[in-house]
Design a protein around this ligand. Structure first.
Ligand code: ADE
Ligand code: ZN
Length: 344
């Protein structure tokens, strides 16, 4: 098949930037609200859907944190995680790295152990169907001391945590405020990533590069800074980009204006991811289909993007090598060059 009508569900994909809380589908949200007797400002899933016409990141986050209130028991966290993993596996995601922020649920009466066991046991139960790494994350709008405390509180689960990140409302909250947090993550041996250049300026991406950070989440604003693009390409720092999220949060006016293709041409390690798929109406393959169509990506670019996802992951070199082969086998040379081989 040629790129415009490729079936992206069949492409073995990674999803390296997805917030577990952002996979809460409206039907589950309302079911959990009833189960836990949590009042909601929306009448029904349709009414929530109408509220999901976001003006910006802050507008989205207000709804996202409201939605988090329905998650109360360990079973809720298990159900949420399992539902996302089942959906991602059916969508052709072969490896996912999920952010989850226990800070959001602090002080609400649910023990951290119940929350973490809910999430981690779903990951374990789904291990045969989809590979998944857990990433802790913290809010950049809270004091750095709170982030350090959150890091300490997760100590009993360190062996099941791959990385730590940072998200939340970006403008006015530069990465450098969290140097102590990123240093502490590194001292404990974790991989790290930071949301930067989503709504914030290119300078926030530059700042992030002065921290011990392995990956930049989003990084769109770097497109405006040629010198920064060269650094990102040379250091091969991955950007986990989220095209449909960027469209819904008005980071780009339309997908044709998305910087992903230009960055790919400049040899950056850009990847395609879903961010908060339940709220943005786009899981992994939807993001691939939308961005490939809007930017008219070639088969070679699609292959490079899929391989970038493997390279940017926090998997071992051995697992990366196996996944790379899986991607190459699914996206062979075009039929006219090698008619004997079947691809997507
Ligand atoms: N948390 C969940 N989604 C986010 C996003 N798109 N940007 C920053 N923080 C987030
Ligand atoms: Zn994000």
């Amino acid at each position: 098949m040629t790129p415009p009508d490729m079936d992206f569900v069949k492409l073995p994909k990674t999803d390296l930037h997805v917030h577990l809380e952002g996979t809460l589908e409206p039907e589950m949200l309302f079911r959990l609200a009833r189960r836990n007797r949590v009042p909601l400002p929306w009448r029904d899933p349709e009414n929530l859907h109408e509220a999901c016409k976001f003006r910006d990141l802050a507008g989205f986050l207000a709804i996202y944190y409201k939605g988090c209130e329905v998650l109360v028991t360990g079973e809720d966290f298990y159900d949420l995680t399992r539902a996302y993993l089942e959906r991602a596996a059916a969508d052709g995601v072969v490896h996912t790295e999920i952010f989850f922020n226990p800070q959001v649920f602090r002080g609400r009466g649910t023990p951290l152990a119940a929350i973490m066991e809910g999430v981690l046991s779903a990951i374990r139960d789904m291990r045969d169907r989809i590979s998944c790494l857990y990433m802790g994350t913290v809010m950049r709008t809270r004091p750095v001391e709170e982030a350090l405390q959150a890091l300490e509180e997760l100590a009993p689960w360190y062996s099941e945590i791959a990385a730590f990140g940072m998200g939340g409302a970006e403008r006015g909250n530069p990465p450098l405020h969290f140097r102590r947090y990123f240093d502490a993550c590194r001292e404990r041996g974790f991989r790290t990533c930071v949301h930067a250049g989503e709504e914030g300026p290119a300078d926030y991406v530059r700042e992030a590069l002065s921290l011990p950070v392995d990956r930049i989440d989003h990084g769109n604003a770097a497109a405006e800074d040629p010198a920064l693009l060269r650094i990102l390409a040379e250091r091969r720092i991955p950007l986990t980009m989220c095209p449909i999220s960027n469209l819904r949060l008005k980071v780009v006016p339309d997908l044709a204006a998305h910087p992903l293709k230009r960055m790919l041409e400049q040899r950056l390690c850009v990847t395609v991811n879903s961010d908060d798929p339940a709220y943005f109406l786009g899981y992994a393959s939807d993001n691939w289909a939308a961005v490939c169509r809007a930017l008219r990506l070639t088969r070679a670019e699609i292959l490079q993007l899929a391989l970038n996802g493997v390279e940017a992951s926090f998997l071992s070199d051995e697992r990366k090598a196996a996944l790379r082969q899986e991607v190459i086998a699914a996206l062979p040379a075009p039929p006219d060059r090698d008619p004997a081989r079947r691809g997507i």
